[in-house]
Ligand binder design. Structure first.
Ligand SMILES: *Cc1c(COP(=O)(O)O)cnc(C)c1O
Length: 251
């Protein structure tokens, strides 16, 4: 099937499922924003997705993303960084992305603040938490609520950085868990959101980014405001992002 039609059909299905999930728990479907995860996908797939109406893309690798972002500047789309960011690539994110969803350390936050201040630029961010144990590497460890106090000093300092606009929380459950196991992690994120609201009532904790192709309906039922969906919309990712990059340069 034509790439565009395929993506259009997938998008419709995903929107329907988000809508049903929202209605099941008395939420409004438009409280949920769709991030289409395009890591590893070539430019032609992104162009087809834009033609199908996609407004937000999620990318994990800053260099790969920069190529795509530069190739589609004329279009009204936003780019969200959702992967673990290595410190030396911070500038790429500060220069090219519209949102940083995977802010996972005070050190990174301070580095971003310095770079953003130089350019007098503000960046909306989400703080990434790891509520699923050791299998996932990034984010403040937040599996046990008795230990939540330990990261409050970091958060307090991040909230003082004037070029980072904290909008809420993000999480990525361990890849191995099924939908109902993921739900336990989503519930914990909602608890954590309440806790942070109480600790820092002056800050904005409204956004909750959670749920991928395998578990987004559960995430919406539990309160997600961003879902990050790749394969269910764009199809399987090509195996080798690097060869895709080469392809990208030839477009
Ligand atoms: C790849 C990825 C997704 C999307 O995963 P799919 O299974 O393709 O929907 C979402 N969030 C993050 C952080 C990812 O790395």
């Amino acid at each position: 099937m034509d790439r565009f039609l395929e993506i259009q059909k997938n998008l419709e299905q995903v929107y329907e499922r988000i809508t049903s999930a929202a209605f099941r728990v008395g939420r409004k479907p438009d409280e949920v924003k769709l991030v289409v995860v395009s890591k590893g996908q070539p430019l032609e797939v992104i162009q087809a997705a834009i033609a199908a109406g996609v407004k937000i893309f999620g990318e994990n690798y800053p260099e790969e993303a920069r190529e795509k972002i530069q190739a589609v500047t004329s279009v009204d789309v936003a780019w969200h960084m959702i992967g673990h960011l290595q410190s030396r690539k911070t500038k790429l994110v500060c220069d090219h992305f519209d949102w940083m969803q995977s802010l996972d350390s005070l050190h990174l936050a301070e580095k971003m603040e310095r770079l953003l201040a130089e350019h007098n630029r503000m960046l909306p961010v989400l703080l990434e938490f790891n509520v699923g144990g050791e299998e996932t590497k990034s984010g403040w460890l937040a599996g046990e609520s008795s230990k939540w106090r330990s990261f409050l000093p970091d958060i307090r300092q991040i909230l003082e950085l004037s070029h980072l606009q904290v909008h809420g929380l993000m999480t990525m459950p361990p890849l191995t868990v099924n939908r109902e196991e993921a739900r336990i992690h989503f519930k914990k994120m909602v608890e954590l959101q309440k806790y942070l609201r109480k600790q820092f009532p002056q800050a904005n904790w409204d956004e909750l980014s959670m749920g991928t192709s395998s578990d987004y309906e559960a995430a919406v039922e539990e309160g997600a405001t961003f879902v990050r969906i790749g394969t269910s919309i764009l199809g399987p990712r090509p195996d080798k992002p690097l060869s895709q990059l080469t392809k990208l340069r030839q477009v």
